[in-house]
Design a protein around this ligand. Structure first.
Ligand code: SF4
Length: 338
């Protein structure tokens, strides 16, 4: 049994591999603190239910977890990742380098002797090739402190192994895309609940990542509140500068309400069922009227009948009532159809 002084800091994605990597190390008697980094593109929704999530991971995977929001520096990194983007707007290599650098900064706070990840050599075409794994550890400054427990036996021994902090013999030799060894190991550890691999990063989503890419191309200053808004609803950009987002269901309507910022108009139907909409960066009343018309257009009930509809529009505590009809006007642009 290792001394209780030895602590490892694990990069935890919530997926099976990082769960197993943590368990392989704790099974050697080493304390593991797992950190789940969150950004608007992965894990962000967990911030609202942080305690429940941490408790769930403790119960289902026996892992001590902390969540850390790294939105601001991550959005900066996304502007110009040195290794470029993958198929969509996913900067996987720079993302891994970035997260390792962040984890390295936290080592002292947790008295951690080394870092661990759930990476498996050869599992992913771009970011888990052998040479890429080396690039990632070198460029993150983690060359001597990064252990990959699931494939360690396929890699050169790390300092942690050479110094006897962790027993290489008990580490694993997984490689490639076959998930069977992971499934078997999960069974051994009695882990039954885990998400499917590679799911969950919005930067790999073809539609949402295109919105984000367009936003990055059009803005020098990246505003986190804008990025969060980009991920919701139907999106329209008015030629005169306003940006309209229309909720597509009750859940999105609620999320839109929570995204409202000073200076935003929030419009809601008054006398009929329909979506919530946010109008941002609007400088003129015409856009407000157009926003109201679009709201009506996306109310199934309203467009099935003729007449005027009342809409409540609120901005910075001021509420006004608008009478409107559904728009027949296509003089607005979807964010994606430039
Ligand atoms: S898929 Fe997303 S979270 Fe995963 S490495 Fe790539 S950019 Fe990072």
């Amino acid at each position: 049994m290792k001394s209780s002084q030895t602590t490892a800091l694990a990069l935890f994605s919530g997926g099976l591999d990082s769960t197993l990597a943590s368990r392989v190390v704790t099974s050697q008697g080493i304390k593991v603190v797992a950190v789940k980094f969150v950004t608007p593109f992965f894990g962000y929704e967990l911030l609202a239910k942080k305690d429940d999530y941490i408790r769930k991971i403790k119960e289902t995977a026996s892992i001590e977890l902390i969540l850390k929001d790294v939105t601001i520096p991550y959005l900066e990194m996304l502007k110009d990742p040195a290794h470029g983007y993958g198929r969509n707007f996913n900067p996987c290599i720079d993302c891994k380098i970035f997260l390792l650098k962040e984890a390295k900064k936290m080592m002292q706070e947790f008295n951690a002797s080394f870092l661990i990840t759930g990476e498996v050599v050869g599992q992913r075409p771009m970011s888990q090739r052998r040479d890429t794994l080396r690039t990632i550890e070198r460029e993150s400054g983690c060359e001597n402190i990064l252990v990959r427990p699931l494939c360690a036996k396929n890699l050169q021994p790390t300092q942690a192994e050479l110094n006897g902090l962790i027993d290489r013999e008990q580490l694993l030799d997984f490689s490639g895309r076959n998930r069977k060894p992971q499934m078997q190991l999960a069974e051994r550890f009695d882990i039954t609940e885990y998400p499917s691999p590679a799911g969950g990063c919005i930067l790999t989503d073809p539609i949402l990542s295109l919105r984000i890419r367009n936003y990055y191309e059009e803005h020098e200053k990246i505003v986190p509140e804008d990025v969060l808004l980009l991920l919701l609803g139907r999106q329209f950009k008015f030629p005169s500068g306003g940006w309209l987002v229309v909720g597509r269901n009750k859940q999105e309507n609620n999320r839109l309400e929570s995204q409202k910022q000073p200076g935003d108009w929030m419009l809601r139907p008054d006398n009929f069922p329909g979506p919530t909409v946010i109008l941002r960066y609007s400088q003129n009343d015409k856009e407000l009227q157009l926003a109201a018309s679009i709201l009506v257009r996306y109310s199934k009930k309203a467009i099935s009948v003729q007449g005027k509809f009342k809409i409540l529009a609120e901005k910075d505590g001021k509420v006004i009532s608008l009478d409107t009809v559904a728009t027949q006007d296509n003089n607005y642009l979807s964010w994606q159809k430039k």
